[in-house]
Design a protein around this ligand. Structure first.
Ligand code: ZN
Length: 248
């Protein structure tokens, strides 16, 4: 019997409750999913870290650790963060409950599920490596055994493909585009929920349908002003507030 199951793949919520709520509403509107796969960075940058953790934990989900999740709990240090990210991270750490800290610090680095390996940055260096070049992606295909890998961290919806002759290509994953999973190995980034960086400010996520073997990317408008007003009220860095307008 074939399992007819749909999964939502989300990344980089970054404490943006308005964006996260809009994505969960969109998932429901499209018929719902069996499980949400979250690729890390639930917190950091945004104004509602604890609320986002709680909402995620109310959904049937699996989640791996992102650099912001562990930095906010003190599990890794912030020396690689820029000044704005470090300031937001410090603020985030002060908002977390003991239960939040427990949840974040116990997130695994990677998860293997069906044909997929989940890693926040890359399978080679799950916490820190940004996969934005074909050179780095090509090397990373040696670091996971499953056919497909799912990553976040760059906040850009990208698909890296590896072909038989050892070449690696990359393409943008456009909104409403359907990607049919075949024999070829891929690394897929669903884009960012809470702080998109591809020039489109709408929240980004994908749905994987295990029956049709299709991955579809959706962009969801949300009330950016609500998130920005909260960030201003909490004194979070203005550059982080402004970038949400542009999705950069
Ligand atoms: Zn991130």
């Amino acid at each position: 019997m074939i399992d007819k199951v749909r999964y939502a793949i989300i990344a980089d919520i970054h404490a943006n409750l308005a964006a996260f709520t809009a994505v969960l509403d969109d998932i429901e509107h499209r018929g719902g999913v069996e499980e949400v796969w979250c690729l890390g960075d639930v917190v950091g940058y945004g104004p509602e870290p604890s609320e986002c953790i709680q909402l995620l934990r109310q959904t049937n989900h699996i989640c791996i650790a992102g650099n912001h999740d562990w930095a906010a709990t003190g599990k890794i240090d912030m020396s690689d963060f820029n000044a704005d990210a470090a300031a937001a991270c410090q603020w985030t750490g002060q908002q977390l409950t003991a239960e939040d800290v427990d949840y974040l610090s116990n997130l695994p680095l990677t998860i293997e599920k069906d044909d997929f390996t989940l890693a926040h940055g890359s399978p080679r260096e799950p916490i820190w490596e940004y996969l934005v070049s074909t050179e780095a992606a090509k090397e990373n295909f040696d670091y996971f055994k499953s056919r497909f890998c799912l990553v976040g961290h760059s906040h850009q919806p990208l698909v890296f493909a590896y072909n038989e002759s050892g070449m690696c290509s990359v393409s943008l994953f456009p909104s409403d585009d359907e990607l049919l999973l075949g024999e070829g190995r891929l690394i897929i980034n669903p884009g960012g929920v809470g702080q998109p960086r591809d020039g489109d400010p709408r929240a980004s996520y994908v749905v994987y349908d295990s029956e049709s073997r299709k991955v579809t990317l959706y962009r969801v408008p949300y009330d950016i002003g609500t998130t920005q007003a909260k960030m201003m009220a909490y004194g979070l860095p203005t550059r982080l507030v402004a970038r949400l307008t542009y999705g950069m």
